[in-house]
Design a protein around this ligand. Sequence first.
Ligand SMILES: *Cc1c(COP(=O)(O)O)cnc(C)c1O
Length: 353
Amino acid sequence: MSIEELARANVRELVPYQSARRLGGKGDVWLNANEYPQAVEFQLTAQTLNRYPECQPKAVIENYARYASVTPQQVLVSRGADEGIELLIRAFCEPGQDAVLFCPPTYGMYSVSAETIGVEYRTVPALEDWQLDLQGIADTLDGVKVIYVCSPNNPTGQIINPQDLRVLLEMTRGKAIVVADEAYIEFCPQASLVGWLSEYPHLVILRTLSKAFALAGLRCGFTLANEEVINLLMKVIAPYPLSTPVADIAAQALSTPGILAMRERVQQILDERQRLVEALQNIPCVEQVFPSETNYILVRITASSAVFKSLWDQGIILRDQNKQPSLSGCLRITVGTREESQRVIDALSAEKV
Ligand SMILES: *Cc1c(COP(=O)(O)O)cnc(C)c1O
């Protein structure tokens, strides 16, 4: 047998997640991964690298619990929110038997994690306004153990109606886990479902330091849930999911001054987003600018593939969303610095319609 044939069938068939980094490009304006545009400086303080780290570093857990207004028992820290997505499938889904569900267009890792583990995934396309098709979900729920709802949604940028989420949570009580992916919640903190944890034992919330906290390179994310869920996830997580330097920097980022600095960055991005939206609306090749509650903007563009390629060749790297259901002609633009916005505006304005 060839090495290829030795691999699991689902791994042979797997198309890996097309991350912004993997897609490459040779740009000087990187607006394809929803990162914060500038690096924030940190110094390492922990020097005990001869020792294994704590599995769940106390300072990180306590600081995040304080920031998120939950108890430390309701917090799990992991190697990015992406690891949280996977841990939930590993803890709750029996391969070959149970399924996960999500509503495209949305984040690509839900399907990749399910496929890697060998768990079926079902999709219920979002409605025309990208809200939940609750009837469609109800009709597809049999055997579903985990439902991922990204709010605000990547890549469309809107918040999922809280009333619909209530209906979903009632529909799934005692049957399935509902995961609210709040990777971008710092840009619209009033929309968080964290206050609902006491009402719903099956609600799980994913968070990350990769976006508003400007630490995508750190690889640090959080799962918020009731203690029963956290204890199950603790059984399947790696013994040392975070390295000592990661825990060190995460604790600093979540200190009171760290949180204040994050809130200032958020305000700066929101101001810049407003400016970019207004400019995009006046560019001939831009057909539609969708409202955003996040640090990225989805736009529909005339001849979008050619425009995407043209900007790529000029070193401006955006995210092409053409292949997602209902997003033909759509590109996603991360809100970067003033200078980066200007480069995008100038390049798009120069495109002929
Ligand atoms: C960026 C992102 C993540 C991944 O976060 P990491 O902590 O970097 O793994 C999860 N969900 C959504 C919707 C994201 O956009």
